[in-house]
Design a protein around this ligand. Sequence first.
Ligand code: SF4
Length: 351
Amino acid sequence: MPETPAPLREAAEALLDRRELIGRPLAERLVALPDDDLPELIQLAHRVRVAWMGAAVEVESIISAKTGGCPEDCTFCSQSARYTTEVVREPMLPTARLVDLARQTKALGGTEFCIVVAVRGPDERMLRAVIDAAQAIHAQVDIEVAASLGLLKPGQAERLAAAGIHRYNHNLEAGPRVFPRICTTHTFEDRVRTCRMVVDAGMELCSGGIFGMGETWEDRLDLAFVLRDLGAREIPCNFLDPRQGTPLGDTELMRPLDALRCVAVFRCIIPDSVLRYAGGREVVLRDLQAYGMLAGANGLIVGNYLTTLGRSAEVDLAMLADLGMPVATAPLTGTAGLRSIPLQSGATGTR
Ligand code: SF4
């Protein structure tokens, strides 16, 4: 029987026996393990997820409440007004429609309904519309409401929190060295600033990234450690599904095994947050999608993504049932208090 590779043994001792966070040097050794050791890494990530977060999976849906026409130039995004893509611009959905969609999410077993708008940041009219929608949903549907409205100005996060929006999504998308290559109209620091406003206002921060945009493993680790430092409670792991018409439209799909390694390594670095298995998994992982749920993911978007079609919610719910993973009946919170354990090392210095 071959011996467990040292990085996996050390990570298990830290994360499972001592319940300590791992540092950057050990994360780098996990990333460097050969593909032959990937099943063992996946197994460790699953054990870490269950030990720190439990067996349940958080099911959510996101709804594009205002689609396309965004003035920003994110090179992966088909909603940027700068690129000619198949996205059809849609104005803000009316409140009644959002309430209806929240009700449908609840019927599927979802515990969170996230209102997403394609803008640089919300103006007063947009902010008011989202606050009104959140209040109407809370009055009529038993579901948590989240929002993703881009960059926030001082005071806006507090108003969203006061309206009962429990989580705010603002993805960092990539590590600080990669970000200037994928967006020039705002900076990585702009995004980090909004993330801090969210946390300071008392909302849970949902922030993650997109893998497969030409980044290195070092860049992926940079992103993971920044997200950990920011205290992201939910981390969407998206895989680039290249959109025709965008500058990244011809990018090669990432290797499925690398996608699985991303999920597993992020789980080992951030054991106590919801790791949400998000866009691109259908095209990148194909038959291996269930493995992602066994590699440490414990959040799932069901139904469609913002501009791409996901497989049907029923198929995803059947996958969870087949895996013996219960659907959470309330948003997962993990063991955030354990964050007080001192880090071994690894912060990337963005705070
Ligand atoms: S800010 Fe958001 S919606 Fe706008 S182009 Fe960038 S990713 Fe797309």
